[in-house]
Design a protein around this ligand. Structure first.
Ligand code: 3HC
Length: 336
């Protein structure tokens, strides 16, 4: 039967449509069975798109997240603290590499993702737009920010997209070192002089609420959660993970001898969780609009670092081209 269609519409192709239906059914079956989608599997364009969005944002966060702590490497109070902080910042760079590489399996290059970040059109986590004025911030970032990251990333080890889930397994192991070293910095300061205790409390006061907002907007305002959970990219909602984090923080803060700056914090026997105070979502939205305390500084630093590193990329490309020419010549000789 000859296909007739309105001008411009693709000709009906029953065989192609049947193939697409099979692919879609196979994808749905893998998701329903809690299986893994791999790079070569057929997947809905929207699934691919939201994974590139989330994974590149995650990778961007790791790279930008090096700045607040890198700021203190030259000013760490001891050689040991300097060594630990350097190791942590290097870990973040590696996490960014894993995640960019995992995202590249979806067909978007690392250069495209980097260009989007440098252009200010790609997001990174809101949390990295806050300043780090004292050494105690290194403790608060480790305990609160990396602690929140672990809470958010552990479920991602069971994400339906294989490369992302596998990247998360190794990242989460390193994050637990990050969180423990932060807790230990705060514990040392909290048990130190009055001035040190006050510095630790001041840092917790500044980082507590922004770390809760890392988990994303309230579920009612989360535009991606429903679909991401249906596709088992997200295993828990923003509010569920935020609640787990608060429940974990309270006893740890007591062990630290520090106070969480939240008048709404109280145990709710009925819910079996801690109630906590309202968060400033206007501040969160302002940070996402680029109006946070450090947004401009973080992007300017990233752009400068990218420019400064151009010679390394050029040298690596020139070396790769030279090697390719040599390999081709060798193959010609061996084929002759
Ligand atoms: N910072 C910046 N943007 C955020 C955000 C945050 N903390 N939370 C949400 N958003 C954005 C979303 O990207 C989305 O933007 P869009 O409308 O432009 O697409 C919008 O706000 C709506 O949020 P949703 O809840 O609908 O978005 P998601 O379903 O993607 O959930 C998320 C947000 C929970 C952060 C999820 O993206 C996620 O789990 N990402 C992976 C983990 C991650 O990025 N962790 C944070 C940083 S990594 C880190 O901390 C490193 C550590 O070593 C220190």
């Amino acid at each position: 039967m000859e296909s007739t269609t309105p001008a411009g519409a693709p000709a009906a192709d029953p065989a192609r449509d049947a193939a697409r239906d099979t692919e879609s059914a196979e994808f749905d079956a893998v998701i329903a069975a809690d299986g893994r989608i791999e790079p070569r599997d057929a997947m809905p364009d929207a699934y691919r798109k939201t994974l590139v969005r989330q994974m590149s944002q995650h990778a961007n966060s790791e790279i930008i997240g090096m700045q607040p702590e890198g700021n203190w490497i030259t000013r760490a109070p001891s050689l040991m603290r300097k060594a630990i902080l350097m190791a942590k910042v290097q870990d973040e760079a590696g996490h960014g590499l894993y995640l960019y590489s995992a995202a590249e399996t979806l067909g978007t290059s690392r250069a495209e993702m980097t260009d989007a970040l440098l252009a200010g059109t790609a997001r990174y986590s809101s949390i990295f737009n806050y300043p780090t004025p004292t050494w105690a911030d290194m403790g608060a970032i480790g305990w609160l920010v990396d602690g929140a990251a672990i809470m958010n990333q552990m479920p991602l080890c069971r994400c339906s997209y294989g490369p992302y889930a596998r990247a998360m397994v190794r990242i989460c192991k390193e994050e637990s070192f990050h969180q423990r070293q932060g807790f230990e910095i705060l514990l040392t300061l909290s048990r130190g002089t009055t001035a040190q205790h006050e510095m630790a409390q001041d840092a917790v006061n500044r980082w507590y609420a922004p770390s809760l907002m890392m988990f994303g907007p309230p579920d009612a305002d989360s535009s991606h959660s429903a679909q991401s959970m249906a596709w088992k990219i997200k295993r828990f909602s923003n509010d569920e993970l935020r609640q787990r984090f608060v429940d974990m923080l309270v006893p740890q803060a007591e062990a630290l001898g520090l106070t969480l700056p939240d008048d709404g914090l109280r145990w709710n026997e009925q819910r079996g969780h801690y109630d906590y105070g309202d968060l400033d979502w206007a501040e969160f939205k302002a940070v996402l609009r680029g109006e946070g305390q450090c947004n401009a500084q973080r992007l300017a630093h990233r752009r400068r670092a990218h420019e400064d590193g151009a010679w390394v990329r050029d040298a690596a490309s020139a070396y790769a081209a030279k090697q390719a020419t040599k390999d081709a010549a060798r193959q010609e000789v061996s084929a002759a």
